[in-house]
Design a protein around this ligand. Structure first.
Ligand code: NAI
Length: 292
């Protein structure tokens, strides 16, 4: 059994939230996109217009389809505007206490049947469910960046999540023309990022211990394993600081020295060599990538 979703709310209009909102609007859903920052909302609108203009030029959407999708999105800083949503997808800053406070408020504002989902990359929904009076309606719906492009979505069922909520989330993902994968039990990092983390750890181990250069390791991954991009080029793309913070968080949780960020990653972060966004990471780039 699953519930029918008519209206969506997305909280946080940053990198992920803006694109998730657009994906939902393109599939015909009315969407309320809320953010505490007016500046972030304005940036999101500009960014989405740029992205959609490109797609219209390439013939992927007509100008009418795009205009119709934009007309379905309400950009707002007023959280009370999410009151009619059947499904809320939270995509705010990755801080547990801020997310918990938001879930507490959402629990009060939204209708009792509404599902409250988090797009967090690392925080399992059981860390948020008890901030609400409806833990059975809380789950993870994890999109990948860029959400306008990436097809796969991980749905994670916590011990508190009902079958109905998990089924509804799975069916919802199909309606926005994406492929859902269900994790029947929750685990931090879910599937893709856990596997990717292991790959990156091994790549860094081989580099730090002098077995090969980062170029050669990337070459093996692209040419022998058929990965579209090597682990070092990927770290440059996502930001070496992201890898650093993920490992620091793991270290803080476990207290195990082996979970610390690798020496080379610490050095890069200390030197401000964070990858494409700073013009230098493992590779050197002609100009720093423009944000967004
Ligand atoms: P971001 O920093 O681009 O955007 C976060 C937005 O949330 C900002 O616009 C900020 O103003 C807003 N915000 C902060 N506190 C708020 C509150 N209390 N209420 C409403 N809005 C608030 O972050 P990004 O990268 O979009 O990440 C958002 C979430 O998505 C995080 O939980 C992250 O783990 C997850 N995620 C990120 C991916 C990525 O590649 N960036 C990939 C998949 C998941």
């Amino acid at each position: 059994m699953e519930m029918k979703i008519h209206e969506i709310a997305v909280i946080g209009s940053g990198t992920m939230g803006s694109q998730i909102a657009m994906v939902c609007a393109l599939s015909g859903y009315p969407v309320t996109l809320q953010d505490v920052s007016g500046e972030s909302l304005a940036k999101a609108k500009d960014f989405l217009h740029q992205q959609m203009d490109k797609r219209v030029k390439k013939g992927r959407y007509t100008a009418e389809e795009t205009d119709a999708a934009f007309s379905r999105i309400l950009f707002t800083s007023n959280l009370a505007d999410v009151r009619d949503a059947d499904l809320v997808i939270e995509a705010i800053v990755e801080k547990l206490d801020v997310k918990r406070e938001l879930f507490r408020q959402l629990d009060k504002i939204t209708q009792p049947h509404a599902i409250l989902a988090t797009n967090s990359s690392t925080i399992v929904s059981s860390k948020l469910a008890d901030a609400t009076s409806r833990p059975e309606k809380v789950c993870n719906i994890h999109f990948f960046n860029p959400a306008l492009v990436m097809e796969l979505v991980e749905v994670v069922k916590g011990p508190h999540t009902s079958e109905e909520t998990a089924n509804t989330a799975m069916e919802f993902v199909k309606t926005i023309k994406k492929t859902p994968v269900l994790l029947k039990k929750e685990i931090s990092g879910f599937i893709a990022n856990r596997i990717l983390g292991k790959l990156m750890d091994e790549a860094v181990f081989l580099l730090e211990n002098g077995y090969a250069s980062h170029e050669e390791i990337d070459l093996v991954c692209t040419k022998a394993l058929n990965h579209p991009i090597g682990p070092f080029a990927l770290m440059d793309l996502t930001g070496i600081d992201v890898n650093y913070f993920v490992r620091m968080q793991r270290y803080e949780e476990s207290g195990d020295e082996r979970d610390m960020p690798a020496k080379i990653v610490r050095e890069k972060v200390q030197n401000g060599e964070l990858g494409r966004k700073t013009g230098k990471g493992f590779y050197t780039y002609e100009k720093a990538a423009v944000e967004g």
